[in-house]
Structures are given as structure tokens and as C-alpha cells.
Design a protein around this ligand. Structure first.
Ligand SMILES: [Mg+2]
Length: 185
């Protein structure tokens, strides 16, 4: 198995810690982000004030924002009322390639300009990587409200993380650091 496809390009504690300036300098122009536990927790419906401020900042920097989620269209439509975006893929069935392919088609820009953001190695990172996209991993906002299938993915995630150690020790250490800080669990 090719474990490289489970290794994110970078790891941050939250979306608020991501070095977007660096991403812009690296040529990224499009943010394709997960929603649940990346931008808001499962028990939130709309964006926080802090998230809206980040949104404004990113727009000012010149980023275009798209959403890709395994959650349904109703949740994404509701979230998009305040968190304005260029478009979204709902029921994406990450890590299948299909949702990412649809996103790339919708975005209609070179893949190198796109940065994916997500909180799950098994869906967000793996899905992005096998679709040829760079991806940033963040720590899930709130684990206690996760659905059973997410918990199931986490079981495999812990196994995969051990493999990442052999592929990229730097990223491995960053992931372990996040997992050890159980601030929100
Ligand atoms: Mg998520």
C-alpha cells in the first residue's frame, strides 16, 4: 500500500493557525475545505464570528473558497448563507475520487492552485492526495459529537498514522503533537 497518499503536506492545530500567506506565496489561490470539525463542529449550524473574520481575511488576500463535504446539501446550503463561497460539493463521499473530480471541474483552475483543508486522514487527506491535490490537516474541532462512521474512520486513522512515521517523520511528529493535546475532547 502507498502510504504517501495518507501524508498531508502540512499540519496545523486549527484553520486559524494555517499560514495562508505561505500558501499564497506557494501559488495557492483556491481553498477547497471540509466543513464538519474543520470549520464548525457537528452541533453548530453557521460560522462563528472568528471564522467570518478569517473568511474576510482570505478573501482580501485573493483566495477563492469552495467547500467539499460528505454531509448533505441542506447542511451546506445553510452554512453557505453566511460563509459565502464560490460553490460546494455536498455528499462528496470522500475519500472516493468522484467528489474531488467534480470539485476540480467546478473550480476550473490548475490543480496546483488548489489547497484542500480537512480534519480526517482517511477521507480528506487520502481523497485529496489520490486526486492529485495538496492538503492541509487540522485537528478536529470537537470529537465528542462525531458520528459513528467518523469514529470508525478514526480507528483506521490511528493505524495509518503509525505507517506515516516511516514515510515522513516530520509530519508524523506534528500529527502526534496534535493528538496529544486533547483540548476539546
Ligand atoms: Mg470533517
Amino acid at each position: 500500500m502507498d502510504y504517501k497518499k495518507f501524508v498531508p503536506n502540512e499540519v496545523y492545530r486549527s484553520v486559524f493557525d494555517i499560514d495562508f500567506k505561505k500558501l499564497y506565496e506557494d501559488g495557492k489561490r483556491i481553498i477547497l475545505t471540509d466543513v464538519d470539525n474543520t470549520l464548525i463542529s457537528y452541533d453548530e449550524v453557521g460560522p462563528s464570528e472568528q471564522l467570518l473574520m478569517l473568511h474576510q481575511e482570505l478573501t482580501n488576500m485573493g483566495f477563492k473558497i469552495y467547500l467539499i463535504s460528505n454531509n448533505n446539501i441542506f447542511r451546506l446550503e445553510k452554512f453557505s448563507e453566511k460563509f459565502i463561497n464560490e460553490g460546494f460539493i455536498a455528499s462528496a463521499r470522500k475519500p472516493l475520487k468522484r467528489g474531488f473530480k467534480r470539485a476540480i471541474k467546478l473550480i476550473n483552475r490548475p490543480a496546483e492552485e488548489i489547497i484542500v483543508i480537512g480534519d480526517q486522514i482517511m477521507t480528506d487527506v487520502y481523497g485529496a492526495k489520490r486526486s492529485g491535490l495538496d492538503v492541509v490537516l487540522v485537528k478536529p474541532i470537537k470529537k465528542s459529537t462525531e458520528k459513528w462512521y467518523t469514529r470508525f474512520n478514526r480507528y483506521w486513522e490511528n493505524k495509518i498514522v503509525k505507517k506515516i512515521k516511516k514515510v515522513n517523520i516530520d509530519i508524523y511528529n506534528k500529527i502526534i503533537n496534535l493528538k496529544e493535546g486533547n483540548d476539546n475532547d
